[in-house]
Design a protein. Sequence first.
Length: 458
Amino acid sequence: MRYVSTRGQAPVLNFEQAMLSGLARDGGLYLPETVPGFDAITELDGLPYEEIAFRVIRPFTGDSFSDAELRGAIDRAYGRIEHAAKAPLHQLAPGHHLLELFHGPTLAFKDFAMQLIAQLFQIALKRSGQKITIVGATSGDTGSAAIEAFKGIDNVDVFIMFPHGRVSEVQRRQMTTPDAANVHALALDGHFDDCQARLKDLFNDHDFRDGVGLAGVNSINWARVVAQIVYYFTAAASLGMRPMDFCVPTGNFGDIFAGSIARAMGVPIRRLIVATNQNDILHRALTTGEYRVGEVHPSISPSMDIQVSSNFERALYLAYGGDASAVSQLMAELKQGGFTISQGALQSLREQYLSGRVSEEDTLAMIRTIRDETGQILCPHSAVGVAVARQHVEPGIPMVTLATAHPAKFPDAVERAVGARPELPPHMAGLFDLPERVSRVENDVDALKALILERRTN
Ligand SMILES: Cc1ncc(COP(=O)(O)O)c(C=O)c1O
Ligand SMILES: N[C@@H](CCOP(=O)(O)O)C(=O)O
């Protein structure tokens, strides 16, 4: 399996190289040259999550990892997910199912990929003896999952930039309280898009990149997307592999893009629905064909407060039929504020994705409605997903909404909705008593580089 960049000017790599590279050297994102088909798709129901993960991921890894290495990595990674089913699916209303992706150590869907890639990174680094510096950008959940997965690992430093004052207190504490010397939480003066833009600046400075052995664990990294494909298979398997719809709370477009790959592999997904909060650039782009970056408005679903949606580049690449120069041109225009999607590409995107937007008030109302109807408390991101999904449920077609985080990560929003604060699970009970360790950093790439060079332990 070979991986190519969406901008067409970077070396073609194998899985391990693409995983360790993160962003391609031409600024693009890696994608497999072809998406593998999946044999025996109807024979998955009843298999453990780990077995389905192995069968789904194996075709992507080529000869980068032996079967035993991959199976071992999967078993160790998912051993850390509390629920026996790992990603349980349960019925919210007739025909509408919730896929719970928040039973991992940091209570968000990010654990599914991050726990696995931490295992794969360790195998690869042990083999090569390489030392690396992981830098990540987060609106709250990727950062906490990355710190949890990589803390204390030899030969790895982890720097996570989060937007100062724009993540929930639980998310912040998850990033600032671990005391491992190799993790560094950085509160950046800006919003998530600034964090992600600075991250890409670091990757695009090849001297810096090579000097520190820069690696990335955002969904820039193809290995993240691969691990997120698996739960579309497990959900579809438990619903009998019949045509179904998925609704995905969306920001950086990694999770829903994983769904599009699952569909390309053969999962009978009819409609993939992008659910956005008030930061609705994706909904506007799919509706109008204009991808124009606006202001980022802080919301009660802060992890989706994103305007420059990184993985949309992968979707554009496919919609433009693999035309890397067209994508490079669009990304150059994006630097000036936005671009117009061609009619052909827009049609192709609309064949792949539907979309909807939910206001703050409707998000709160949906948390209340679901509490009243089922007793379940949703996190605000999942509530955005459920609200959009409910507009699209069709009789006889199962709808699956991804529940991307645990409500206890967002107690203020939940309290506003239902008047009570959800409790943290026992393993996080001491979170508010631990000392915090965080560095404030300007929204400036040189300041960031200086800090990373000074703090690196490897
Ligand atoms: C809880 C939660 N829901 C939804 C999303 C959006 O996912 P994606 O960025 O893959 O679109 C995020 C951030 O990634 C998140 O943390
Ligand atoms: N919502 C994310 C933003 C980064 O997403 P990623 O999937 O590209 O890592 C977060 O919580 O950090």
